[in-house]
Write a protein that binds this ligand. Structure first.
Ligand code: SAH
Ligand code: SF4
Ligand code: F3S
Length: 374
């Protein structure tokens, strides 16, 4: 019996798929190379932008043929998209050949639902769940080992669906993270360890007693072994000096920070609920460059946020020009149902969003070419 997993979305989802693989292998499945030869196909979905959801819908639609050919094929859909009850129900109604739909907090029970599927189609969406500290992973990212340090997000940036589908921030106990990393080091298969969280800089605030992210980094670096330590994603409002200092001091930490700015305009940043200003963002960049001269810095931007004017977009453009990031991701704002921004006045046309995203990407290309020449 073979399995095939299709993963959408961020690195956290890539890592969750490693958990799905472990669950399936525990049931006796082995990894298949194609969908055609699979006995179970699991879609681990993403809801961050409409495009991600559309791709999933297209891909699931194509499975009807496979299901006709192999009556025993099990099709399961899980991840951020299914956590929205309405979407989950719509998936079940539109695609009668989907067997299992599970929300993000139900993932640990995937095995049980696969066993139950003989009795009929399964749909379950838990509203909140504890962070699972000990589920095994089948690591699939070469010499990089992902390590989840927290789940969820408390920030409620007004455009973002993540807090609604991943719940509130919950940190893993430091001891459990250190033990997982010790066993990764002991396996001697991994050169790099990448810590994952939507907002790693607020790691540990919810623990009793609280632990800071910089302490976690320091304690990991003190473990014996040869490895490069990396992490993502940092939120500018929480990136404290002690974290910058520890990156500068510790040889084991990769000199790299992904620091999403989202916009270079203060009014838009405020509407986004990002809790920092352009000036504050630039001062953090300055601090990083001063203390870690060779640090790579990358960022994310959203263009066409509701009511963004051409002048306000120019502030984003000039920020990118000023900072000269090593690379950027530029996204067209995508309204997500249930978020505050989707109800704001002044939604921007797709044409204007395209224009702005292209301008940013051209600028990025120019900067990279200039830097390469140098
Ligand atoms: N937790 C991370 C980001 C997670 S989502 C952080 O706070 O930085 C990754 C990126 O997707 C975000 O940085 C943002 O640029 C983009 N994004 C999120 N919601 C979006 C939306 N509704 N439309 C367009 N881009 C979005
Ligand atoms: Fe979304 Fe903001 Fe949380 Fe990042 S910090 S996951 S953008 S709400
Ligand atoms: Fe990641 Fe997409 Fe979920 S970006 S957290 S998989 S909505």
């Amino acid at each position: 019996m073979k399995y095939f997993i299709v993963t959408y979305g961020c690195q956290m989802n890539v890592h969750e798929s490693e958990k799905i693989a472990a669950i399936l292998e525990d049931l006796g499945y082995i990894e298949g190379k194609t969908r055609e030869e699979a006995d179970i196909i699991v879609f681990n979905t993403c809801a961050i932008r409409e495009g991600a959801e559309d791709r999933l819908l297209g891909n699931v639609g194509n499975l009807k043929k496979l299901k006709k050919r192999n009556k025993n094929l099990i099709i399961a859909v899980c991840g951020c998209m299914t956590q929205k009850a309405q979407t989950a129900k719509k998936l079940m109604d539109t695609f009668p050949f989907i067997d299992i739909v599970l929300g993000t907090f139900n993932l640990p029970q995937l095995g049980e639902f696969i066993k139950k599927v003989r009795n009929g189609r399964q749909l379950e969406i838990l509203q909140e769940g504890d962070i699972d500290e000990f589920l095994p992973y089948k690591r699939t990212s070469g010499d990089n080992a992902w390590v989840n340090i927290m789940q969820g997000c408390n920030n409620f940036c007004t455009y973002c669906i993540v807090p609604y589908v991943k719940g509130r921030e919950k940190s893993r106990k430091e001891e459990n993270i250190l033990n997982e990393i010790k066993s990764i080091i002991a396996e001697k298969k991994y050169k790099k360890i990448t810590l994952l969280g939507q907002n790693v800089n607020s790691y540990g605030k919810d623990l009793e007693p609280p632990v800071t992210f910089s302490k976690l980094l320091k304690d990991i670096c003190e473990l014996d072994g040869d490895f490069v330590l990396s992490f993502m994603t940092s939120h500018p409002k929480d990136l404290t000096d002690d974290v910058i200092d520890i990156i500068a001091q510790e040889d084991k930490i990769e000199k790299y920070i992904h620091l999403p700015a989202q916009s270079g305009n203060d009014r838009i940043l405020q509407l986004m609920n990002r809790k920092y200003t352009r000036e504050k963002y630039l001062s953090i960049i300055e601090k990083i460059r001063e203390k870690i001269p060779n640090c790579r810095i990358t960022s994310d931007f959203i263009v066409g946020f509701p009511s963004e004017t051409e002048n306000e977009f120019q502030d984003t453009y000039s920020l990118v020009e000023k900072v000269r990031f090593d690379s950027i991701f530029a996204f067209m704002y995508s309204p997500r149902e249930g978020t505050a921004a989707s109800k704001m006045d002044g939604q921007i046309s797709e044409d204007v969003k395209h224009e702005r995203v292209n301008k940013l990407l051209l600028l990025e290309k120019r900067i990279q070419e200039e830097d390469n020449k140098r």
